[in-house]
Design a protein around this ligand. Structure first.
Ligand code: NAD
Ligand code: ZN
Length: 366
């Protein structure tokens, strides 16, 4: 499967999905991002699983690739690691004619993506996502960033990949807890765009959680088509791209309140339910929506109730979310399962009374 992603008038790239595609990496890089040099950036966990295959495939197409690794985990998504990687590329003699291959999860995609965005003022980037979250979300859309002491993802750049290569077979080694993080975003894709996809996730929950290759392949294809379509229609998040933030206003607040000890996907799952309950109370979201989402999320083992944090603290944390415009907190709400809610002003975000959000948090609290 090949999906075209348009990012603005002049930038477009393909997302190619297929089982076993890692073996074609060399040919695909040669075709979409030909360069004199090729640098593969991966965390140490992913490198242990897949660096040999990637390097062999690149050698097979005439590249002399260099492998650069860093310790796995969000703690590596820093300016320091970015500086280390760019310095290693300079030491290695890389110039403008270099392609960066980001082989890994969202941390690698964001970090290596930002390396590619800045190295020699920008060199081609090939995204090879290896986590479900990166396949269905992080690798698509051209956002790259590192975390800084003031917050996550605050320093970065838009840098569209030359191509995104998605090989669902790589998910066979992904731990279940990481698989669930991606499933939360996949449920979100169904929630904003297709009720039938929610039904299918519920139906296929068993195979999905046991990393059945066919089930994951189908899931990845649906989500990529959804994200690619929405991002293509609105690359700069002026309109419909905001629907991808469903559940995320509350999710980001919960992450902040727990000092990021709650995984992002878990926070999104809870956020989807909390925002649906609050949307129902505000007569924006059809009754029964929250219940339907909670049922689907529960079948794939995701939490649907917020941890015991005072509602006032969660509301306070929403105010430091970067989506706040002019002080009001905006939510990307649903009309019903499978359909995002359009606001009265034609936009895709709307304000909610604090009281209804607090009531939703309290009514769901564990
Ligand atoms: N740029 C964007 O638009 C965007 C969107 C969403 C999330 N993100 C970012 O993505 C990051 C989260 O991504 P993530 O959840 O993939 O984190 P991650 O990259 O840290 O991967 C999670 C863990 O899974 C391991 N892993 C990855 N693939 C594996 C595989 N195939 N087999 C075995 N282990 C594997 C990694 O080594 C890591 O330990 C966050 O930093 C977030 O900010 C970016
Ligand atoms: Zn998310």
């Amino acid at each position: 499967m090949r999906v075209r992603v348009r990012l603005g008038a002049s930038e477009a790239h393909d997302v190619i999905v297929g089982r076993g595609l890692l073996g074609d990496l060399g040919a695909l890089v040669a075709q979409h991002a030909p360069a004199h040099r090729c640098v593969v950036i991966a965390d140490d966990v992913v490198a242990a699983h897949y660096a040999d295959d990637a390097m062999t495939a690149l050698h097979g197409s005439g590249f002399e690739p260099t492998l650069l690794t860093f310790p796995a985990g969000e703690a590596s998504k820093t300016r320091e690691q970015w500086a280390r990687l760019t310095d290693l590329m300079l030491d290695d003699g890389c110039g403008r004619d270099t392609t960066v291959v980001a082989l890994g999860g969202g941390v690698t995609g964001d970090l290596a993506g930002f390396v590619a965005a800045a190295f020699m003022r920008g060199v081609p980037l090939v995204q090879v996502p290896t986590s479900l979250l990166a396949m269905v979300d992080a690798a698509i859309g051209g956002k790259t960033a590192v975390d800084v002491p003031a917050g996550k993802n605050l320093v970065g750049a838009f840098h569209a990949p030359a191509v995104v290569i998605v090989d669902p077979d790589l998910l066979r080694t992904l731990p279940t807890v990481e698989l669930r993080q991606g499933l939360a975003e996949a449920v979100k894709h169904g929630a904003i765009s297709d009720a039938a996809h929610l039904d299918w996730i519920e139906f296929a929950a068993g195979p999905l959680l046991s990393a059945d290759a066919d089930a994951l392949d189908e899931l990845v294809r649906f989500s990529i088509q959804t994200k690619a379509r929405i991002v293509s229609d609105d690359p700069w998040e002026r309109a419909e791209r905001a629907t991808l933030n469903a559940g995320h206003t509350i999710a980001h607040a919960l992450e902040r309140c727990t000092r990021f000890s709650i995984p992002h996907g878990d926070a999104v799952a809870i956020g989807l339910v909390v925002e649906a309950v609050a949307g129902e109370a505000a007569a924006i979201t059809e009754p029964g929506t929250a219940q339907r989402l909670a049922a689907v999320l529960a079948t794939v083992g995701l939490p649907t109730r917020p941890p015991a944090i005072p509602a006032a603290s969660v509301l306070e944390a929403t105010r430091s979310d970067k989506k706040g415009r002019g002080g009001t907190i905006r939510y990307s709400l649903l009309r019903r399962p499978g359909q995002a809610a359009r606001a009265g002003d034609g936009g895709w975000t709307q304000a909610l009374p604090d009281d209804s959000v607090a009531a939703a948090l309290d009514s769901l609290a564990r």
